[in-house]
Design a protein around this ligand. Sequence first.
Ligand SMILES: [Ca+2]
Ligand SMILES: [Ca+2]
Length: 328
Amino acid sequence: MKGMHGLRRFAMGLATVTAVAACGDSSGPKGNDTIDPAQAAVVGQEAAGQIADIASDLTTLNASSGGLGSGLFAPGAPGNRVARIIGRSLPSQYQAQFAAFAAPDAECLPVVSGDTLDSDLDGIINNVTLTFGPGDCAYQDSLGNGFAVTGAFTLQDTDGGSTLWGFAVDYANFRVLFYSDSTSAGYEFDGGYDATVTAANATANQNFIARWRVNGNPVLRADYAWGVTFLPDTGSLDPGQGELQSGTFDITGDYSWSGNFGQADGDWSFTVSTPTPLHYNESCDTDPELDGGQVRAAINGRNNIGFTVDYGPGCGQETVNTFDTNAT
Ligand SMILES: [Ca+2]
Ligand SMILES: [Ca+2]
């Protein structure tokens, strides 16, 4: 179990700054062609947090708690990824509302359609769509603090053929609003992500947009179009073990950031790769449980400028740096 929990901690540990995003024009960011260290610290931490989240999808090989109603967004439940992403950026003033949202007994009663069976008993429903009408998943206390969920998402068990374990999620105008009597923080998700485990490897892909608004005004937008492939150092993968052995993560794809959060105000679009695969070490006791590897994010059209996230040589060591190979 250590590996599974360890990587989940790795995800939490990296996710100190968030993701989520903003608005701006829908054609995607294509503005800034340089990035300074202060900006990279914010944008790079967000990228690292999201990468850790993708990786953690491969280590949580069952949906062990929650259901389609109460506790839908609790740890281990089908909707918990939403809570993880939101939790990285939500201002502290909404902690009480967030706790209610992600509580194991939070009452959500969306309209459920599709095949609600879990034929292989792994906690992932065969194929359902959850649609949240007004009041279906909402809470408000006596002081006027609350949350409300609207929109829809689908959840599908993708086992079959060589896929020993897998799922796919797709959002449609899915929104979560946290509010007080005078302020609000809203999150919007569109697009999807999936995870697939075979005997030979494990893969997880994201292709979605997250937006974050404060008091109705766009703050940040993040576009994720990337994936990871995990290869074990030795042996083959067995979802039945519920545990990830040591191995490497390769990352490829694109990541964009648009908005103003922390010290990063601008529009960046990056091509992301791992010149040296990230090495996950199940014996690490410090987050992140990686002892080597590098994530390289190069500004699109400016392959010589960007930032890197380096791991190791010891467990839990992570460094964000900028690079400009023309300048040196
Ligand atoms: Ca299932
Ligand atoms: Ca399954």
